[in-house]
Design a binder for this molecule. Structure first.
Ligand code: SF4
Ligand code: SF4
Length: 187
């Protein structure tokens, strides 16, 4: 097991920001481990989710924001459902991912590229344009054969439109992105 240096400086501002942005009281966590036991990605995480909670309590900003786990989390909410103290752990993972992105920690670059490509597609078209998302992701990551084996099954079913379809509420969608950008600028 890795040894984490908890004597490294306690970042009180980090703890306060995580609590404010998630609306959760991280101090309630008593390390029962239920979240980790139910997390389907514990096998792939570099730091299990209950340990991330402990590191947040200990104000270990760098250790938390530079871990892979926050990028691999599937937001399945199993941790939230299992927490005996009603902590929305999945929400905290989401907040940590946003913070990591803002503060230049993108430990899983390909996940971040996918995330950015997805959001860019929604911003441009009001809904995701799968072919465009795939093209951008493949171009930026160099993963040219990603899911190529699925093409013979998907294409005959017309499930992958080759042209984007704009939605009616494009203006409302633009406002959502603008609000998000303003919030990001404030935090
Ligand atoms: S939301 Fe994320 S951390 Fe929580 S159980 Fe699901 S994959 Fe694990
Ligand atoms: S289930 Fe809740 S109390 Fe238990 S370790 Fe996870 S966050 Fe902490």
């Amino acid at each position: 097991m890795d040894v984490l240096d908890l004597s490294a400086s306690y970042d009180a501002d980090f703890v306060a920001r995580v609590q404010a942005e998630s609306g959760q009281n991280t101090a309630l966590c008593y390390q029962c481990g239920n979240c980790t036991a139910g997390c389907p990605y514990t096998f792939a995480y570099d730091i299990p989710v209950s340990r991330i909670m402990r590191l947040v309590q200990a104000g270990q900003r760098r250790a938390v924001l530079s871990c892979r786990s926050i990028w691999l989390c599937a937001t399945c909410e199993s941790c939230t459902t299992r927490c005996p103290n009603d902590i929305d752990v999945a929400r905290i993972m989401d907040v940590l991912r946003h913070m990591a992105r803002r503060e230049g920690f993108a430990t899983e670059r390909n996940v971040k590229v996918f995330w950015d490509s997805f959001l860019d597609s929604v911003r441009r078209h009001g809904r995701v344009f799968e072919a465009g998302l795939l093209a951008r992701y493949v171009f930026l990551t160099g993963r040219f054969w990603t899911d190529a084996d699925l093409a013979p099954r998907i294409l005959p079913k017309n499930k992958l439109g080759l042209k984007p379809h704009a939605i009616k509420g494009q203006a409302e969608m633009a406002k959502i992105f603008q609000r998000f950008a303003e919030q990001e600028g404030r935090s």
